[in-house]
Design a binder for this molecule. Sequence first.
Ligand code: ADP
Ligand code: G6P
Length: 458
Amino acid sequence: MGRLVIISNRAPSVDGSGDSGGLVVALKDALAKDGGLWIGGAPKQTDAPSPSLIFHHRQDFDIGLFELEPKLYRDYYLGYSNSVLWPALHGRVDLIDVQPCYAAAYREVAGRLARLIAETVRDDDLIWVHDYQLIPLAHELKALGVKSRIGFFLHIPLPDLQTFKAIPDWRDLARWLADYDLIGFQTRRDLGHMINIFRHTLRGELRSNGNMGIAGREVALGCFPISINVDGFRRLAAEGAVNTPAPSLPRLIGVDRLDYSKGLPQRLVGYQKFLESHAAFHGKVSLLQIAPPTRDDVDAYKAIRTELEHLAGHINGRFGTVDWTPVQYIHRALPRDELAVLFRLSRVGLVTPLFDGMNLVAKEYVAAQDAADPGVLVLSQFAGAAEEMPEALIVNPHDPQDIAQAISTALEMPLGERIERHDALYSHLQDHDVDHWCAAFLKRLVSVERLDVDGVAR
Ligand code: ADP
Ligand code: G6P
């Protein structure tokens, strides 16, 4: 067996610091164990990009960076990836911005990247492509004669067929997906949507082994919920907390990239409702929202930032006193060890996305808790994590009353119930950490029988 070659738009930082975003956080932990090569986009674009990959050797794995010129990068990353695919796959078809140059750039980047990869990989390497930015890659690699097995994992949700069809190139996307040997999803919800899309678009037929027969070959599909390094994160939190004083007031915490899918304004409105109806908590609780910038050249992201800052200011102006700030808002990334301690020292974790592939913050919050006096997780029913974490307080993020009620239930929950819920959540996580996720996907990819639908080996 050759190397594991991971390919994603976002690469980890070369010096190993300052990464936020579920994909990089999870994969760094997964790849650090067995090593391999990670090919990803360089952080800076240049007018004269290098014609080959730029390699960096790290202790844990190698990184190969590709560079793009600024216009191509904008149309591919800010344009097609984050102004068409991201909103569509998160069910926000109202935010889709379709421009012909976006789709062309998306294909161009996949084609260019495929040529660079084809020069580097051997047939016995295992190629694992990640996320919506690079869906056409298997198609392009196969066109260049690459024989390696190629798996794909979608970190974000796959919506239902009708929503998917709002993307002008939906037929192409379905065909490109069908070129992978194995496609992995976060949830059964997303897997079900894929089966339906393949049936409708490519006359796919579901087989008894769970694979689909499509256009003369078999494509394997599976559900592989992503996770975190549970023990590592728990240790980080426990060790850091030893020298950190507890906050003066019970704290609610939210940690999310400042993305419209995360339901941040809805969360603040829910908190405001809570303060309106629970005067006894005035001056007795605070909400810390950490929301680093992300994709801030896209208009929808500028708008969400303005809305959030307006709401935080409004709540502080309305309820705050000289001695009490109800909402603390930090608009930047923090080191992982600091984050772990903040989670541990917060009584309630608020994870209320409107739609989310998984949401690792939910898992990090649970992993960071003190098992003898754990905090309570409030979790959106629309986060992929809700399929695995029923012992959280599950809420409808669109309903401010529901969020307000969950905040009050969480703050008043007796110790016995907190421990019971935390034990159940933590023991599930321990058995399903990021190594488990990675091993399950790769085991399936290695074992995929490459047969055409007549049973002939390919
Ligand atoms: P997404 O992948 O959509 O960003 P996830 O919740 O799955 O959402 O993953 C986000 C990851 O980024 C988590 O590991 C989280 O701890 C990290 N992260 C989010 N905000 C920050 C921040 N302000 N500072 C550092 N890391 C952050
Ligand atoms: C989510 C996506 C990733 C992406 C990350 C951060 O986790 O699934 O593909 O890398 O957000 O977003 P960014 O656009 O900064 O890479």
